[in-house]
Design a protein. Structure first.
Length: 444
């Protein structure tokens, strides 16, 4: 590996599932049973929350992807020793798999670091993605936006045959770029003409795809093909495709040097969304699709490559290095170092959201997103610190009373239901209220 080039990924077939608990749960099943296979995982992986929505059973594809990755990590091996096992083959734990299983039971955070190392070795994406964010926007600590159409633009449906790229589509494409870089400077550093051209090309490609068939037609109508489409949805897909190809190709935007000795892009629009969720779960990035002012996905790294870093604020992630030999450090400050800043930003952002929505109880995710953005914390670190603040708020000397709730209010939209919840004591929470102690006593 040269001083400028990342190692070529050993595999590009990343699983599209995003709940990393599946790895530890699969290892537990394999340890208890002595064997594991796809069907066993489909049947025995426990039910779970995805965001705030309940998932009863993993799909066949997710189970297949999980089995493949466990094998690629050298954690399991076919019982019959076959180099090309069938989809229904039985597997057993290898010594490294047994070590990973013990680690997952004893030290969950250390197990996450081991997963990060395994994924870096196999895919190269974790470290490269963090480095690419910093390369794109170093002046704002790696803050990047993958655009989406402005939220107030909701045009009528169009007939499937109407593929025209209109002045309205172009206006919204330009407007999105202006909004993003006005709020988050340099977060999407593309030239306007290039942006229009790449989005239009993606729109044309999507418009020429074969129509999907209607699986179940309305009563009184025959089955057939989709006859209309939503321009907003298609423009959203076109923007995402154009942006991912621009931001995460083999070359950084408007640079000539390849990050890899290959021309194929390391990341495709199809796998980009899954990688975002994985990297967030690994605590390497934070992202949100629901910033009130930013049309699109706002992403920033919660890790950085450095030779050394102060231990009171950073944790080294194994021995992962960039091509320059710097180590990957996760921003994970000690509680006594960040306690005051965390409480102050938490109060500030809670009050801002409360005033905006006119309610005592507000979305805890909205508050979390901005706290994490300002302090550059991972979602998991936010959960941990909020739990500490909640305990402190119960003390007699506390000036603030904080309440969190698990229920889902009517105001929460479908997009909010799939957002990562805040986990406290193993329970998903969605709402928060904060009051000065004397005010709470008046309310009660």
């Amino acid at each position: 590996m040269s001083d400028k080039t990342w190692r070529k990924p050993k595999s590009r077939s990343v699983g599209l599932f995003t709940d990393l608990r599946l790895f530890s749960e699969a290892l537990e099943i394999a340890s208890e049973r002595g064997i594991v296979n796809r069907q066993i995982l489909e049947e025995e992986l426990p039910q779970r929350l995805q965001g705030l929505m309940f998932v009863e059973r993993q799909s066949k594809r997710a189970a297949n992807d999980l089995m493949r990755e466990l094998r690629n990590f050298n954690w399991i091996w076919p019982v019959n020793g076959s180099k090309r096992p069938s989809d229904t083959a039985n597997y057993t734990l290898l010594p490294d798999g047994e070590k990973a299983h013990k680690l997952s039971k004893a030290h969950k955070r250390e197990f996450l670091r081991e997963l990060t190392t395994q994924m870096q070795t196999l895919y190269t994406i974790p470290g490269w993605f963090v480095d690419r964010l910093w390369t794109i926007n170093p002046s704002r600590q790696g803050e990047v936006v993958v655009p989406a159409p402005p939220p107030d633009w909701n045009p009528n449906s169009r007939r499937w045959e109407d593929k025209t790229w209109t002045s309205e589509l172009q206006d919204q494409t330009v407007r999105t770029l202006i909004l993003i870089n006005g709020i988050c400077p340099s977060s999407f550093p593309i030239k306007p003409d290039d942006w229009i051209q790449t989005v239009q090309q993606a729109w044309t490609r999507l418009s020429n795809l074969e129509r999907k068939k209607v699986a179940k037609a309305p009563k009184g109508k025959e089955k057939g093909k989709v006859k209309t489409y939503a321009p907003r949805s298609r423009l959203n897909l076109a923007m995402k495709e154009a942006a991912v190809n621009f931001l995460f190709s083999s070359k950084p935007p408007y640079q000539n040097n390849n990050d890899f000795h290959m021309t194929r892009p390391p990341l495709h629009p199809r796998t980009y969304r899954s990688w975002c969720r994985r990297l967030e779960a690994l605590e390497l990035i934070f992202y949100t699709d629901t910033h009130p002012l930013v049309p699109g996905r706002l992403i920033f790294p919660t890790a950085i490559f450095r030779q050394v870093a102060p231990e009171e604020r950073f944790e080294r992630v194994g021995y992962i290095q960039n091509p320059g030999g710097q180590f990957l450090w996760l921003h994970r400050p000690k509680w006594h170092v960040i306690k005051d800043d965390f409480l102050n930003v938490l109060k500030q952002e809670y009050l801002r959201v409360s005033v905006r929505v006119g309610s005592l109880y507000v979305s805890i995710q909205d508050v979390r997103d901005e706290v994490c953005r300002q302090l550059r914390l991972s979602a998991a670190t936010f959960d941990e610190f909020l739990e500490k603040i909640l305990r402190d708020s119960l003390l007699p000397a506390s000036q603030w009373s904080i309440s969190v709730e698990t229920d889902v209010r009517e105001a929460q939209t479908a997009s909010q239901l799939v957002r990562r919840p805040v986990w406290i004591g193993g329970t998903a929470h969605s709402l928060i209220a904060m009051t000065e102690s004397r005010e709470l006593s008046k309310i009660m």
